[in-house]
Design a protein around this ligand. Structure first.
Ligand code: ADP
Ligand code: MG
Length: 405
């Protein structure tokens, strides 16, 4: 089987999926704009061929180049796990006559207003919303929806250009910050806890699912540098508290007729228990979340996904043994990291529950925490008991400090 993989080496966890496809028996054809030599080893060593294109944005040119390049073989699948490449993958499927998601099926996953239109028509509770172009349309939408509001891009990621707006004066302050976007989504602000519902599906059936809790909300984490954001993969996914979100997740997948692969949905739970849809993507969650899934269940979701794609089955055993949390760290100060404090203390106290440490080494320049949630590094911790897992995660947040200058 030939699987064409768009962007096989980026973002950082994608090489593990690329390798898993090869291990599942596929001949993997990579397409991206990086030189082949720049691909991480896990990707490069597992490709049967690689085509470097000028730019993945120039979709017409990529479709033509790929059509020509792959003409000697029959491509069976086109996969992409990188958000900006989703529509390109769909276009390639159509151009090469490959089964899987079409452009029409992919659009509601990429356009957040269309997404909510399709889902609310199917009876899913979405925030009240409007697509707005110029400032006057935003004001009009604000009048209709009411404050507080969220303003965000139609196809954003990582909370970029996303603002909470509490009143008309704040709206006027915020509009100029969004003037570089051709249109935005204006949305009812949902007050409540924020969770995910992530799946691997096979032929329309949910073969794996998990629920994670954001601590704090991604928007707060992206606005406040001092925060050490956590993503907590919950062990007791069947608890009453998450039942509404899981049920909504399944309804969303049915409404979008999702068939095979990873999905990543976000949802809110209001203090009164009402569950509200956030957004959905047809790819795995980023920021090392698939590693967190693996640590929570001692399983291999990279392989699980690849098996679903290549063989149309899912045979990983998923025993939910732990709550697993990833904690992202941001250094104090700018420049290079020169000092770290508290790691030994954490290891002495919680060592057996700390399963991964991936911090930038001393001397490294800081990463841009607004551009990547990975920030200056992260730890993964796990514990069978949720309260203990949160205690350890919070200790990593407060007791471990990095300093830059
Ligand atoms: N309607 C809303 N109500 C409350 N918070 C929201 C709403 N929309 C977005 N947010 C906040 O902004 C974050 C980013 O928005 P989201 O729609 O998930 O876009 P992205 O693709 O950038 O993740 C969310 O995780 C949430 O914290
Ligand atoms: Mg989001």
């Amino acid at each position: 089987m030939y699987v064409l993989m768009i962007s096989p080496g980026y973002p950082p966890e994608i090489p593990y999926f690329t390798r898993a496809l090869a291990w599942a028996g596929a001949r993997v054809l990579g397409v991206s704009d990086q030189p082949e030599s720049a691909l991480p080893d896990e990707a490069r060593h597992h490709l049967a061929g690689y085509l470097q294109v000028q730019s993945l944005q120039d979709e017409d040119a990529v479709v033509e180049a790929v059509r020509h390049w792959t003409s000697p073989v029959r491509v069976d699948k086109v996969e992409c796990l990188w958000e900006p490449g989703m529509l390109l993958a769909a276009r390639l499927r159509e151009a090469l006559g490959v089964e899987g998601m079409t452009v029409e099926q992919t659009l509601p996953f990429r356009d957040k207003d269309r997404m909510k239109l399709v889902l609310s028509a199917a009876g899913v509770r979405t925030p009240r919303h409007a697509r707005a172009g110029v400032a006057e349309e935003c004001r009009e939408a604000a009048r209709r929806i009411g404050f507080p509001l969220i303003l965000k891009p139609i196809d954003g990621a990582g909370s970029a250009d996303t603002y909470r707006v509490d009143d008309a004066a704040q709206l006027e302050e915020t509009l100029p910050k969004l003037s570089h976007l051709p249109e935005v989504n204006v949305e009812e602000f949902i007050e409540g806890e924020e969770f995910t519902f992530d799946t691997v599906c096979v032929g329309g059936r949910v073969a794996y699912h998990s629920v994670t809790m954001y601590r704090p909300h991604p928007l707060i984490a992206r606005t406040n540098e001092w925060v050490s954001p956590q993503i907590v993969m919950l062990r007791d996914v069947d608890a009453e508290k998450y039942a509404g979100g899981c049920e909504m997740g399944r309804a969303v997948l049915r409404a979008l007729d999702f068939q095979t692969g990873f999905t990543h949905m976000e949802w809110f739970r209001k203090p009164d228990g009402e569950v509200v849809f956030g957004e959905i993507a047809c790819r795995p969650p980023g920021a090392r979340s698939v590693d967190v899934m693996n640590y929570a269940s001692d399983t291999d979701l990279f392989a699980g996904w690849a098996e679903a794609v290549v063989r149309g089955q899912f045979t990983q055993s998923v025993e939910r043994r732990y709550n697993a949390a990833i904690i992202f760290k941001r250094a104090q100060g700018q420049g290079r990291i020169y000092h770290m404090k508290g790691l030994q203390h954490l290891l002495n106290k919680y060592g057996e529950h700390i399963v991964l440490i991936d911090l930038l080494p001393l001397g490294s320049p800081r990463r841009d925490w607004k551009q990547t949630l990975l920030s200056d590094g992260y730890l993964i911790v796990r514990h069978p008991d949720l309260a203990r897992a949160l205690e350890i995660a919070d200790a990593v947040g407060t007791d471990l400090q990095l300093y830059a200058r």
